[in-house]
Design a binder for this molecule. Structure first.
Ligand SMILES: C[S@@+](CC[C@H](N)C(=O)[O-])C[C@H]1O[C@@H](n2cnc3c(N)ncnc32)[C@H](O)[C@@H]1O
Length: 488
């Protein structure tokens, strides 16, 4: 299989960052570590070959979404004289529809005379199959008009000023060719149109197909990375349970949890940013989900300090009946239901908790440039530990906790798990049962058994060429980590 998207552009020669990652692995004296880092830096620049849709199975079947995508691709294939990429339902997760890429050799990836410069975020979105929306455009060649076939480049070092008349001579990364739908005059003129698709992408460097904007209605399915789907499946919430999603926005996993619960029970979704909590509400509305209650709150402070009143009487509210009763309670930790259905919550309130932690997000693929600083990188583990501490306190005995990150550093993954198992002796690691991903890294503080219980999604330890020769879409995902605990 050919490897597309390979480039030396990402700023991985950033010595500090590379040294940090090598240090985490135990230094650069071992050739295994150096090989792994080289694989990692290349792997992160390559777009995963398959696009993943998670279907809203509360209202639709996977086959319906599969059919919509396949019909659209077949139409595009006929008009372009190509073979349509395959579309199928995942063998392990029936709510997942996978879409393959075009054959890269059949695409027109030659540079065109007219060029468009877009910002990095837009460039990355294009590599994953998006069209170019007007706000992402920074520059466009003189006289470019609707209908022109143009080359699109990402402004790697953020040097392009808005409205630039190309040609842009700073570092730029080719993402593909497309047809202009909003020309230069409309984009940058006095009465600028700043909404909608400005370039309809046809031939994308990563060979990911682009679907029309409303091809899959919002209520049917959403784009989601494969390991993210697995993290909710690992928690396996059931109808009627009380589940906490501690860092929930924009609500991708929240809606999945609710779906796995058949929209019955309660999912409490917390995020500390209020605009992002609006996104959770929107997503739930799109999917017709009613069992989610979302709150703007700092989850590190989500534990209620319960003081025992002098007569030992506490008000207990049942989550589902919303009925307040008074009971004598000798041991407050045995009074499980909380006083109000909003944060902060008393200890041992939840059956299941998802801690999809804020992280350095270094597993994102493709990365045209690495934007995280060493200072930022080091700021995450302390926050993750605080959130973890709150999660453990809020979990019922016998309850399940899933910790996940979309990053590849050891400090935020294996080391965090090692810290948790030492700090909370009553926590036990449970196996994430799946064919997706692989074990945790060796010699990073986990025993062989613990390493096999967690899931790490990352580059191969040995040859990248071999990895692509024996291609497996269950491995070619974003970088990710999942650990599942039970509180004894
Ligand atoms: C990895 S993202 C979550 C993605 C989300 N689970 C999903 O699948 O859509 C991490 C989130 O944690 C939130 N966050 C960061 N610190 C937080 C805190 N102390 N309390 C609650 N949320 C926090 C961020 O605002 C961000 O939305």
């Amino acid at each position: 299989m050919s490897i597309t998207g390979m480039s030396n552009i990402p700023d991985w020669n950033d010595v500090e960052l590379s040294m940090y990652l090598l240090d985490e692995l135990g230094g650069n004296s071992s050739s295994t570590n150096r090989d792994y880092l080289a694989n990692l830096t290349s792997w992160l620049t390559i777009t995963p070959k398959y696009t993943v849709y998670r279907v809203n199975t509360l209202a639709h079947r996977g086959e319906e979404v599969q059919d919509i995508i396949y019909k659209e691709l077949s139409k595009q294939a006929v008009s372009r004289g190509l073979d349509a990429p395959s579309v199928f339902i995942h063998e392990e997760m029936p709510e997942v529809v996978l879409m393959d890429s075009w054959d890269v050799a059949s695409l027109n990836l030659s540079f065109q005379d007219k060029e468009v410069i877009v910002d990095i975020a837009c460039g990355v979105a294009v590599l994953r199959g998006a069209h170019v929306f007007a706000p992402g455009i920074k520059g466009m060649s003189r006289d470019t008009a609707s209908g022109d076939y143009v080359s699109v480049f990402a402004d790697v070092k953020n040097k392009c000023t808005r409205g630039l008349i190309c040609s842009f001579t700073e570092e730029k990364f080719f993402v593909g060719n497309g047809i202009v739908r909003i020309g230069r005059n409309d984009l940058f003129g006095k009465a600028a149109l700043v909404k909608g698709i400005a370039i309809e992408m046809i031939d994308i460097r990563s060979a990911i197909p682009s679907l029309p904007l409303n091809c899959i209605p919002d209520s049917y399915a959403m784009l989601q990375n494969l390991p993210s789907v697995l993290s909710c499946r690992a928690l396996a919430p059931s109808a009627g349970e009380i589940v906490l999603d501690m860092c929930a926005a924009p609500g991708n996993k929240t809606t999945h949890l609710a779906m796995l619960m058949n929209n019955k029970g309660t999912v409490i979704a917390i995020d500390k940013t209020s605009t992002k909590v609006d996104a959770i509400k929107d997503r739930c509305q799109q999917f017709g989900i009613s069992c989610v209650k979302s709150f703007v709150f700092d989850s590190t402070k989500a534990v209620l300090e319960v003081k025992k009143p002098e007569d030992g009487t506490v008000k207990i509210q049942n989550f589902h009946q919303k009925k307040v009763t008074e009971e004598k309670c000798e041991d407050l930790s045995k009074c499980p239901e909380n006083i109000e259905m909003k944060p902060p919550f008393p200890p041992e309130t939840f059956d299941k908790i998802l801690l999809d932690a804020p992280c350095s997000a270094m597993g994102q693929r493709p990365q045209i440039i690495s934007s995280v600083s060493l200072k930022q990188l080091k700021s995450y583990p302390p926050l993750q530990r605080k959130l973890f501490q709150a999660a453990v306190t809020l979990l019922k005995r016998g309850g399940h906790l899933v910790y996940s990150t979309c990053t590849i550093t050891v400090a935020e993954n294996e080391h965090l798990i090692k810290w948790a198992l030492n700090k909370f002796p009553y926590l036990e690691l449970a196996q994430v049962e799946s064919n997706l991903g692989g074990p945790g890294l060796e010699n990073m503080g986990l025993t062989e058994e613990q390493r096999q219980y967690v899931k790490r999604f990352g580059p191969p330890m040995n040859s990248l060429e071999l990895y692509y020769d024996n291609y497996d879409y269950n491995q070619d995902t974003v970088g990710f980590f999942i650990a599942h605990f039970v509180k004894k």
